[in-house]
Design a protein around this ligand. Structure first.
Ligand code: NAD
Length: 352
C-alpha cells in the first residue's frame, strides 16, 4: 500500500481527489490520510462518501503545526498538497492568512518531507501565478509574475517547493491548473456563487466590463491530471492542467442565467476587482503529450450537471450561506448598476 497524505482534503478539489482515489474507479493500492484544519472552506460533509473506508483516515490540524506535520509526514510515502487559502477577493481584504497557510504551511510540509527521506510531493498550484496574458498561452518555463496577494503567496510556495527539489533533491512535482468547477465548491467562487444566488431568486455581481477570460476545468479532469502527475510525473517538473474551454465572464454569466432560468435583469455590473488579471491561459502540451492527459468533460454537460447538483443539494450549501455574512446579502452592492444588454450570443469555444 502507498500511504498518501492529502492536505486540504476537506475542501473542494482535495475532497474530490480523495473520493475519486478511494472510489470504485480509484487506486486500490493506496491509503489516504486527510490533514485539514476545517477552515470556513473545509467541510466534513465533503468526505462522507469515504468515511467508512478502512483505507481512509482524517486528522483535523494545521499544516503550520510543525510537530504534527512531522509525525504525519514520517508515517506516509507521498504527499498531495491542496491546503491553501484560495479566494482572491479575501486575499485583497487581508493577505496575512494567505502568507501563513500558503507559504509558511507549504514550507513546514517541505521541511518535514526533506527530513523523512525521498517521497513524492505533489504541490497543487494555479495558472494565476503567471499574471495576465493577452493572447497565446504560457509555457511551464514562464517565470511567475503574480498580481494578487493570493497568487503571490501561491507563487512563493511553488518557488519554495521547486527550491527543495534543487537544493535537497526532494521529488517535488508542481501542477498549475486553470479555474475549476464542479460539485462541492464553496459558494463564494463565481460559478457556485451565481448558481446559488440565481436559484434563490437573488442577484449576481459581474466585475467591470465582464470581459475577463478564464479557462474552465472540470474538477474530474483536474483530478485525472493530478493522478497522472503523481504516478508518472518527473521530479522537479511543473505540469499545466487545463480544461480547454475559454469564456469571458460575461459569456459564462449568460450560460449560468440560461441554466438557472433567469435573465440579465438579475445581473449587477460592479466595480472591477483591483489588480484583476484580464486573461489566463496555460499551454498543456507537456501533460497531454508526456502523460496522456485529455480533458474528458464537455463544458456544456459539466455546467448543466453542476447546476443540477446545486439544485439538488440545498442542504449542503444553505448552511454555508447562512453562516457567511458576505454571501447572505441579496442586495445590489453599493455603486452597482444593471449589467445592461447581454451582447453577442455565448458560444462555448475550445481554447487552442
Ligand atoms: P478550498 O478553499 O475549497 O479548500 C482548501 C482546504 O484547505 C479547506 O478544506 C481548508 O479547510 C484547508 N485548509 C486551509 N488552511 C489550512 C491549514 N492551515 N491547514 C490545513 N488545512 C487548511 O480550495 P480548492 O478550491 O479546493 O483549492 C485546492 C488547491 O487548488 C489550492 O491549493 C488552490 O490554490 C488550488 N487551485 C484551485 C483552483 C480553483 O479553481 N478552485 C484553481 C487553481 C488552483
Amino acid at each position: 500500500m502507498t500511504r498518501i497524505l492529502v492536505t486540504g482534503g476537506a475542501g473542494f478539489i482535495g475532497s474530490h481527489y480523495v473520493r475519486t482515489l478511494l472510489g470504485p474507479d480509484g487506486d486500490p493500492g493506496v491509503t489516504v490520510t486527510v490533514l485539514d484544519l476545517l477552515t470556513y472552506a473545509g467541510n466534513p460533509a465533503n468526505l462522507d462518501a469515504v468515511r467508512g473506508s478502512d483505507r481512509f483516515a482524517f486528522v483535523r490540524g494545521d499544516i503550520c503545526d510543525a510537530p504534527l506535520v512531522d509525525d504525519l509526514v514520517a508515517a506516509h510515502d507521498q504527499i498531495v498538497h491542496f491546503a491553501a487559502e484560495s479566494h482572491v477577493d479575501r486575499s485583497i481584504l487581508d493577505g496575512a492568512g494567505f502568507v501563513r497557510t500558503n507559504v509558511v504551511g507549504t514550507h513546514t510540509l517541505l521541511d518535514a518531507a526533506v527530513r523523512h527521506g525521498p517521497k513524492v510531493f505533489v504541490h497543487i498550484s494555479t495558472d494565476e501565478v503567471y499574471g495576465s496574458i493577452d493572447s497565446g498561452s504560457w509555457p511551464e518555463s514562464q517565470a511567475p509574475a503574480p498580481s494578487s496577494p493570493y497568487s503571490a503567496a501561491k507563487a512563493s510556495s511553488d518557488l519554495l517547493a521547486l527550491a527543495h527539489h534543487r537544493t535537497h533533491g526532494l521529488d517535488v512535482r508542481v501542477t498549475r491548473c486553470s479555474n475549476n468547477y464542479g460539485p462541492h465548491q464553496f459558494p463564494e467562487k463565481v460559478i457556485p456563487l451565481f448558481i446559488t444566488r440565481l436559484l434563490d431568486g437573488g442577484r449576481v455581481p459581474l466585475y467591470g466590463d465582464g470581459g475577463h477570460v478564464r479557462d474552465w476545468l472540470h474538477v474530474d479532469d483536474h483530478v485525472q491530471g493530478i493522478e497522472l502527475v503523481r504516478t508518472g510525473g518527473r521530479a522537479g517538473e511543473i505540469y499545466h492542467i487545463g480544461g480547454g474551454t475559454e469564456l469571458t465572464n460575461r459569456e459564462l454569466t449568460g450560460l449560468l442565467l440560461e441554466a438557472c432560468g433567469a435573465d440579465w435583469s438579475r445581473v449587477d455590473a460592479v466595480e472591477d476587482r483591483p489588480g484583476h488579471d484580464r486573461r489566463y491561459s496555460v499551454d498543456c502540451r507537456k501533460i497531454t503529450e508526456g502523460l496522456g492527459y485529455r480533458p474528458r468533460k464537455d463544458f456544456t454537460r459539466g455546467l448543466a450537471e453542476t447546476v443540477a447538483w446545486y439544485r439538488e443539494h440545498r442542504s449542503w450549501w444553505e448552511p454555508l450561506i447562512r453562516r457567511t455574512p458576505s454571501l447572505a446579502s441579496r442586495r445590489p452592492r453599493a455603486g452597482s448598476r444593471p449589467a445592461g444588454p447581454p451582447g453577442p450570443a455565448s458560444p462555448v469555444r475550445r481554447a487552442g
